[in-house]
Design a protein around this ligand. Structure first.
Ligand SMILES: [Zn+2]
Length: 80
């Protein structure tokens, strides 16, 4: 992957890390482990373009409940 030279938000130094991205689609949620460039100063995460496309696909699958290929790990709750 092509690393971002610096954070576009604060100009801080970035490091490539494996992060857990939470994707919500309708009432469903999915967690995806993905490589992202993370700002060491403000915590901003920068994803690769192809990962953002993948997140959108997952989001659509969640909305349509097309989740047979995903592993169910638990329930999610909303606290008012
Ligand atoms: Zn930053």
């Amino acid at each position: 992957m092509i690393p971002f030279p610096k954070c576009p938000v604060c100009g801080g130094e970035v490091r490539t890390k494996i992060v857990e991205k939470l994707i919500r689609g309708g009432v469903n949620m999915a967690s995806v482990k993905v490589e992202a460039d993370v700002c060491l100063k403000c915590g901003e995460r920068m994803y690769q373009k192809e990962d953002i496309v993948r997140f959108e696909m997952i989001r659509e699958n969640l909305i349509r409940e097309d989740v047979n290929s995903y592993l169910e790990i638990g329930r999610s709750y909303q606290i008012a």
